[in-house]
Design a protein around this ligand. Structure first.
Ligand code: NAD
Length: 377
């Protein structure tokens, strides 16, 4: 089988889908690997490294798309790229399926079997392919460093002959994968950390990282079978906002990571809350791409409200492209390896498989994921 890793068409994306170490693993399975010339440049991998690992460097993108049995990439394909794909090929990438059903429809119409990385189940068996987690972890780390960089004070307590500086106070809203990494990173830098999540079971995880869990009596909040938070009622959200306002007023850095899978992110910090924060403090809205947890945040902008800087940068994992590419490439390679038939040297594409039934969204000319098919109607 021929696997092709194209370079991204979005010039702001610095992550790449395959790193040389993964090429070695895929070549050992008996796959033929083609990578676009210059693929690894943005993540500091040279063509020579890919070649040494066993890849063929190609320059004709259209030709490689037409010949590939499997395409591995970071972002969803543009319409022109979908048109260039071979009917029946397997395409693996993020797809943004909840906001862009047109791309999914185009993939189905082109007869492509599209595996959507956002839909990999959060199960133990699929953990090694879970790119949402690998990228969220890095994003949580980057969010803290971005905030620390903009802050006009330091994170750790310092006791010197010139006086004592108290530690910075960091408040994390949403303790999923990104939030946990943000807590760990802020603690390592010496901050005092508080965190809140609507799933009360994360209290223990917050404490084990040295953070304080902020309790809000919201009644039944619940979670889905996959472990995702459920959407709060308007009354619950109003109650949450009250407590968030008090904690934010005390904080030097607030990082919001709250997401509800498949839906717009909940609006948690209204302008009124940000206006009551201390001048000089920072808010990093990690949910800006899915609608934002902060009313005034804007994608890829820094907005200043009453001296409070609100940072809304997208694709935070893309700011550490070498690490993010290594992790994402491992996720993709683990996926191919998991479904590889070592005798026939082919990918076993069984739509009924416990992993593929969630993440294989188009197959045989149709949208086969029920949730996305409903959105597409
Ligand atoms: P996510 O990105 O969907 O959401 C981030 C966090 O926001 C979640 O913890 C969620 O509870 C929280 N949230 C939602 N609404 C909120 C609100 N109004 N206020 C505050 N917080 C709010 O989550 P994620 O990081 O993708 O993790 C989702 C779940 O999957 C977690 O339970 C995680 O432990 C689990 N998980 C399991 C595995 C595995 O078993 N393989 C792997 C990764 C994650």
């Amino acid at each position: 089988m021929r696997i092709f890793a194209p370079s991204e068409t979005d010039s702001t994306e610095r992550r790449v889908p395959l790193v040389p170490a993964s090429v070695t693993k895929l070549a050992a399975l008996g796959a033929e690997i083609e990578v676009k010339a210059g693929l690894g440049k943005t993540a500091s991998f040279s063509d020579e490294e890919y070649e040494t690992a066993g890849a063929k460097i190609v320059v004709d993108r259209a030709q490689s798309f037409a010949a590939a049995d499997i395409v591995l990439r970071v972002r969803k394909p543009a319409a022109a790229d979908i048109a260039a794909l071979k009917r029946g090929c397997i395409h693996v990438s993020f797809l943004d399926p909840f906001t862009d059903v047109v791309t999914v429809k185009n993939l189905a119409a082109a007869g492509v079997s599209a595996i959507c990385m956002e839909m990999i189940p959060r199960s133990t068996i699929a953990q090694k392919m879970d790119a949402l987690s690998s990228q969220a972890s890095l994003a949580g780390y980057v969010a803290v460093l971005l905030g620390a960089n903009r802050l006009d004070r330091i994170f750790p307590m310092m006791m010197t002959p010139a006086g004592t500086i108290p530690p910075a106070k960091v408040f994390i809203i949403g303790v999923g994968v990104a939030g946990l990494q943000a807590i760990a990173t802020a603690k390592r830098l010496g901050a005092v950390v508080e965190a809140f999540d609507t799933r009360p079971e994360v209290e223990e995880q917050v404490k084990s990282l040295g953070g304080k869990f902020v309790k809000v009596e919201l009644g039944d909040t619940g979670q889905t079978a996959q472990g995702y938070a459920k959407e709060l009622t308007p009354e619950q959200l109003a109650k949450q906002r009250e407590v968030m306002e008090q904690r934010c007023a005390q904080a030097d850095l607030v990082i919001t990571t709250a997401q509800v899978f498949g839906r717009k992110a909940p609006l948690i910090l209204t302008n009124a809350v940000v206006e009551k924060m201390k001048p000089g403090s920072i808010v990093v809205d990690m949910a800006v791409e899915s609608g934002g947890n902060v009313e005034c945040s804007r994608p890829d902008e820094e907005v200043i409200v009453n001296g409070v800087k609100v940072l809304g940068y997208r694709n935070l994992a893309g700011r550490v492209p070498r690490a993010a590419s290594a992790m994402y490439s491992s996720n993709l390679t683990n996926l191919v390896d998991h479904f590889w038939n070592r005798e026939t040297k082919t990918f076993r594409l069984d739509p009924a498989n416990e992993i593929l039934r969630d993440c294989l969204v188009t197959h045989g000319g149709s949208i086969i994921n029920e949730h996305i098919r409903t959105l597409a109607q």
